[in-house]
Design a protein around this ligand. Structure first.
Ligand code: IPE
Ligand code: IPE
Ligand code: MG
Length: 229
């Protein structure tokens, strides 16, 4: 369907990349880059809420990130835990619903327990949905969805879509990747079919609400044709 009306992005996803390079540029430890990355998450979740984004999906840990040194993986888990402990009250009070996509149960039991508690606590909230991708890989997601669809009797684009981890979210409108890399790194491959893509050189720890606002404005002016004319 052709439209030239400015439209609001309902579902925005972000590949939060560049924490390591942000730290390296400053001769700081990588872990500090990840820490500043968490500050950016906090800003962007608040901003998305204020800007009326219905769903924000953030790529926090990929199925391929297990290839990183154990120390870095452990730093990331620790940061996730601390983030939930420090910020859950604020998000819960603001009506944010936390959702996890990906096979998060492969994480450490203490992380799984904390994450599940946070999801349960915000389950009835009706404000912005914050979907965090943990041990997420789109190929894994699609394979899991196809198995479920097959078990129910039919594999079609619709039956697969209905079993994806994001099935309860609005269609993906805008996919942003920071840090200058121009690839999807196994993120939301199915959902990105007709999403608008935005690649920016900004490193994730530097990503601000103004960057998000600019991205939403850019989105509003794009002409999505979905194969029509
Ligand atoms: C993104 O930053 C965070 C995660 C993948 C968890 P990186 O750690 O990938 O940072 P760069 O790409 O090395 O700069
Ligand atoms: C993608 O970033 C994963 C996350 C942001 C969680 P990576 O840094 O892992 O991606 P590659 O390795 O550069 O493709
Ligand atoms: Mg990276």
């Amino acid at each position: 369907m052709a439209t030239s009306e400015p439209v609001r992005a309902r579902h925005v996803a972000i590949i939060m990349d560049g924490n390591g390079r942000w730290a390296k540029k400053r001769h700081l430890p990588r872990a500090l880059g990840h820490q500043r990355g968490v500050d950016a998450v906090r800003r962007v979740v608040r901003g998305a809420r204020e800007l009326g984004v219905e769903a924000l999906t953030l790529y926090a840990f990929s199925t391929e990130n297990w290839r990183r040194p154990e120390e870095e993986i452990s730093d990331l888990m620790g940061l996730m835990k601390r983030f939930i402990l420090s910020d859950l009250d604020e998000f819960a009070a603001a009506g944010v619903r936390l959702k996890i996509i990906g096979d998060y149960k492969a994480f450490r039991p203490d992380v799984v327990e904390l994450v599940e508690g946070a999801v349960a606590r915000t389950a009835d909230n009706s404000g912005t949905t914050l979907a965090v991708a943990l041990n997420y890989g789109a190929q894994d997601e699609i394979a899991r969805a196809a198995i479920k669809a097959a078990a129910k009797g039919a594999i079609t684009p619709d039956t697969i879509a209905a079993e994806l981890d994001t099935a309860d979210l609005p269609p993906l409108d805008l996919l942003i990747r920071t840090s200058g890399e121009v690839r999807l790194s196994n993120f939301l491959l199915w959902q990105a079919a007709y999403a608008e893509l935005l690649f920016t050189d900004v490193l994730w720890p530097d990503f601000s609400v103004d960057h998000l606002r600019d991205a939403l404005e850019m989105f509003a002016n794009r002409d999505r044709r979905y194969g029509g004319r």
